[in-house]
Design a protein around this ligand. Structure first.
Ligand code: C5P
Length: 284
């Protein structure tokens, strides 16, 4: 085993340009239809094969668990189980994507880990195969094996690459200090009064480069955290023409020429969409 090899990879966040909840499934999950877009807000993953007989994970953010509950180590275990290979890794994760934000940070880290292991261990496992494996540990992980823009359906694991015309509006991520738990947001969702959206029309507007945005998880998230609805209004009043929660929150993405509030409690970062070539991992 070539113990000396190591890799450093970017692990990007995502936003959901639109997110429609279709129905609840017998397994407790929800079918959805969502246009996912990768963005250049990235964590950085340093990974090498280890001569020790266990995996080690370190992280610059002490609030991130570094035990087997972390999706990075779940991805390592998944790769071992699916390939039957015996190896151990040393991983250092530089975290920049806020947690509990709906930005897919943990899912992206898991996808990046699988991509890295395929390279480090000289395997030729297809992206489609790794995407299929990864849905066992998280519904949002398969998206990251797309080329950065995809329509995701079923639990999120059915991924179809989409090509969008350029949207030239400035794009900002804004997140309050409090985060939201994904299972709790889904639990607070009332399926009986979701609005109707013409998804074909929404998708075609996005393809033309005019983002049409909505998120069925905003109402349950606002019910759990009423301050989020107030933050959305504040950002709209500040001049952004679109302010939408990403995934299950609590981060928003804002489009347009707004004036950001002067509030130290808020995380704010200007970002760009990020796409990749088929055989190259994401590079901002
Ligand atoms: O798949 P993942 O572990 O990321 O999902 C976290 C939680 O989000 C699930 O336990 C479930 O409560 C909810 N979820 C859902 N329907 C989906 C995706 C996630 O209900 N399509």
């Amino acid at each position: 085993m070539p113990f000396s090899r190591s890799l450093t990879l970017y692990s990007p966040a995502k936003i959901n340009i639109f997110l429609k909840i279709v129905d609840k499934r017998p397994d407790g999950y929800h079918n959805l239809s969502s246009l996912f877009q990768a963005i250049d807000l990235c964590d950085i993953l340093h990974i090498s094969l280890s001569s020790q007989d266990r995996d080690t994970l370190t992280c610059n953010d002490p609030s991130i668990p570094s035990d087997s509950t972390n999706l990075v180590l779940k991805a390592v275990e998944l790769f071992r189980r699916k390939t039957g290979l015996m190896f151990f890794v040393k991983i250092d994760l530089e975290k920049y994507i806020p947690s509990q934000a709906g930005l897919g940070g943990g899912s992206s880290n898991a996808a990046t880990t699988l991509w890295a292991l395929n390279e480090l261990l000289d395997q030729r496992i297809s992206l489609e195969q790794m995407a299929e494996w990864s849905e066992e540990i998280g519904s949002d992980i398969p998206f990251f094996f797309s080329q950065g823009t995809a329509l995701c359906t079923r639990k999120g694991e059915n991924v179809k690459n989409i090509c969008l015309n350029k949207n030239c509006q400035p794009l900002w991520i804004v997140k309050p200090s409090l985060g939201l738990s994904t299972p709790l947001v889904y639990k607070s969702l009332n399926l009986s009064n979701l609005p109707f959206y013409d998804l074909e029309r929404y998708l075609h507007c996005c393809i033309r480069g005019e983002w049409s945005c909505f998120n069925d998880l905003e109402i349950p998230a606002f019910t759990l955290m009423p301050s989020l609805a107030r933050l959305k209004n504040k950002l709209l009043l500040a001049g952004f023409h679109t302010v939408l929660m990403s995934g299950s929150g609590s981060a928003f993405f804002c489009l347009g020429e707004g004036k950001l509030p002067d509030d130290e409690e808020l995380y704010m970062k200007q970002v760009k969409v990020l796409n990749r070539e088929r055989n190259i991992w994401y590079t901002p």
